[in-house]
Design a protein around this ligand. Structure first.
Ligand code: AMP
Length: 251
């Protein structure tokens, strides 16, 4: 299996880039979607799942963040418009997101399987992904849906610190950086995002519920939904995730 960096390259670069993640023999190939609001620890679970299952971590947010670091003249106009929406904390249009995914359809064929993180975020994206997978002759294994009560999410996000330079995420108590206020990955300054303040979090959660509920219902109807309570330590949540997936193998 390739390293995590190698796996990400094809996804981040898009068209033409190849991933060498090969399917180890006699191993189940997992094709997963991860759902859940900001603050539930989805990113941490995604990392653990990639490590354990050998799947490629395909995050649409990572693609947009990589585009942001390109000089403006090298970005397509649609990407510039998408980055402005992202800057304001809004969702990028379904059309732009689907173009990003279609350009990277070869990653869906990854021999090691995949884990889609941050996508699909709307009903239209879920329908479009379903059609794309059918067209590519692929099926999803499961949609993991991390759930947590609102007060706990507010508390968690209040402690979150994000790197102003690279976007890496830390938490004052749950995932502290090695040096207070400094990003472990790039040495950038860690800040609290405006939208991580409690009032803003409640508004974001309403927006999340509005767009995500139909996506959750979509996967539930197809029998693919595995809902997991996300309170507790990352390792505990991971154990619950693995037993939810083991149920998938047996079913
Ligand atoms: P994330 O890292 O998943 O939180 O994504 C960061 C930002 O990228 C989001 O706040 C959106 O602006 C944009 N984005 C990422 N994925 C999607 C998506 N599937 N649909 C719409 N916007 C997205």
């Amino acid at each position: 299996m390739m390293t995590a960096i190698g796996q990400q390259t094809a996804w981040i670069k898009g068209a033409g880039a190849h991933c060498a993640n090969e399917k180890p023999s006699a191993r189940q190939v997992w094709r997963l979607v991860v759902l859940g609001p900001p603050g539930v620890g989805k990113g941490t679970q995604a990392e653990l799942l990639c490590e354990r299952l050998g799947v490629c971590h395909l995050s649409t947010g990572d693609v947009f963040r990589a585009c942001r670091s390109l000089p403006p003249q090298e970005r397509a106009p649609a990407i510039n418009a998408a980055l402005e929406l992202m800057q304001r904390g809004e969702l990028v249009s379904d059309q732009v997101v689907m173009n990003i995914i279609r350009e990277r359809a070869s990653c869906l064929h990854c021999g090691g399987g995949f884990l889609l993180d941050g996508f699909p975020r709307t009903f239209a994206q879920a329908i479009a992904l379903d059609a794309l997978l059918q067209q590519e002759g692929l099926t999803l294994t499961a949609a993991l849906n991390y759930v947590m009560n609102l007060d706990e999410i507010v508390t968690r996000l209040a402690g979150r610190r994000t790197c102003a330079a690279c976007g890496a995420s830390f938490h004052e108590s749950r995932r502290p950086p090695r040096v207070l206020g400094v990003c472990d990955s790039c040495g950038g300054k860690l800040c609290q995002r405006d939208d991580d303040r409690p009032e803003a979090v409640r508004v974001r959660m309403q927006a999340y519920q509005a767009s995500a509920s139909p996506v959750v219902a979509f996967y539930e109807k197809r029998g693919l939904l595995r809902s997991i309570r996300a309170e507790g330590l990352p390792e505990e949540v991971f154990r619950k995730t693995m037993s939810a997936l083991n149920g998938t193998i047996l079913s």
